[in-house]
Design a protein around this ligand. Structure first.
Ligand code: PLP
Length: 370
């Protein structure tokens, strides 16, 4: 993205940096949301969002954070047991939501940074009958990327619905909703889409929607059947977050100009720069420094970098902040032992390189002091 802010300073793995032009779009006056102007807006947004999800299906638009759509996904899944793939705090949250919504849940666990092996998933699906499985595409707490295409294929073989959290994936990491046959893919506005927080999106397959009416307690606010009914008339079931939709409209126009696959390629390029940099830290600064996620299982949008036991992530984040860049501490089990860089959204390689330089500088200084 070619404007000045694209090379800015905010590299938190969510919320991510929002460009001034996108923020400015929110200043537009309100319009009546039950009227033709809104319906035209909704229709325009559908084009861009379908392209983003790689789907011909309607994209449901909710006024909630990502967790709202995670709950909607579980609530709308036909009755039965849930299998949850857990490899960090967001995938753990998905399992907790399923339990809280009254499902019996079996968990397949991998350590933070790793992903649950496909043969483990396959065995589990063969052992017991499940209604759905939950999986996180890009586990933002650890920087691990799960092969949701293969997981989705295994689920389908067993007649199990695949519920995919791609909150830090969509818009940054390649995902083909229709071609990969995923049953429910959800995302949120404040990660790779580089928008303010407050919007969540989901696409449900025909199979998922065919059984949604049999889901016992869908509630009202998160009932995907109501989202589907409303979307048929270019509407949302409840009052839409209009100002955020104005921001989305602006952002989708810029994303279309870049191209979705070019956007994925830019994220790949930023990830490669980050990985190469992180892999050099052990020799350059301290042997404990490195990437939490192994080669082949790394997200193109976020990296968690391991720290020596003598250095806390809070101290490092502060020292990087003193140099003008915002990065994140670790999250969940690796809260203190890693720090995270969000190389997603509208950032570019040159802007990211400046951030990595600041991180190197802060790491060298803090480790030399010890
Ligand atoms: C940010 C995020 C969420 C959603 O969190 P909210 O706080 O509800 O927006 C869910 N899953 C993943 C992988 C995330 O990165």
């Amino acid at each position: 993205m070619n404007d000045q802010a694209a090379t800015g300073t905010f590299f938190l793995p969510g919320p991510t940096q929002v460009r001034p032009a996108v923020l400015a779009a929110m200043q537009q006056p309100m319009i009546a949301h039950r009227g033709a102007r809104f319906e035209e807006l909704f229709d325009r947004l559908q084009h861009g969002m379908r392209d983003m999800f790689r789907t011909g299906r309607p994209v449901f638009v909710g006024a909630c954070s990502g967790t709202g759509m995670m709950e909607a996904a579980v609530r709308g899944a036909r009755p039965g047991r849930v299998l949850s793939l857990v490899n960090g705090s967001f995938s753990e949250r998905f399992a907790r939501i399923a339990r809280a919504c009254g499902r019996e849940v079996d968990v397949l666990e991998a350590r933070p940074g790793a992903t649950v092996q496909l043969d483990t998933v396959s065995e589990a699906l063969g052992r017991r009958r499940y209604s759905a499985l939950t999986v996180v595409h890009s586990e933002t707490s650890s920087g691990a990327l799960t092969d949701v295409r293969s997981v989705g294929a295994l689920a389908r073989e067993h007649g199990v619905l695949s519920l995919v959290d791609s909150v830090s994936g969509i818009g940054g990491a390649a995902l083909e909703c229709d071609a990969w046959g995923l049953d429910l893919v959800l995302t949120a506005s404040q990660k790779a889409l580089a928008l303010p927080a407050g919007l969540a999106f989901a696409v449900a397959s025909e199979v998922y929607m065919a059984h949604v009416a049999s889901a016992p307690s869908r509630g009202i606010y998160l009932d995907l059947e109501m989202f589907a009914d409303a979307a048929r008339h270019d509407q949302t079931p409840f009052t839409p977050a209009l100002s955020l939709l104005f921001a989305l409209e602006r952002q989708l126009a810029d994303i279309a100009a870049e191209g979705v696959t070019a956007r994925w390629a830019r994220h790949e390029a930023m990830a490669n720069v980050t990985w190469k940099w992180a892999e050099g830290l052990a020799d350059a600064i301290h042997p404990a420094l490195g990437l939490l996620a192994p080669v082949g299982g790394r997200s193109p949008t976020v990296s968690a970098i391991t720290l020596p036991a003598t250095l806390s992530s809070d101290a490092l984040v502060d020292a990087v902040g003193d140099r003008g860049f915002v990065v994140g501490t670790g999250n969940g089990a690796t809260r203190d032992s890693t720090f995270r860089i969000g190389h997603m959204g509208d950032h570019t390689v040159p802007g990211l390189e400046r951030c990595l330089e600041a991180c190197s500088d802060a790491l060298s200084e803090l480790i030399r002091l010890r």
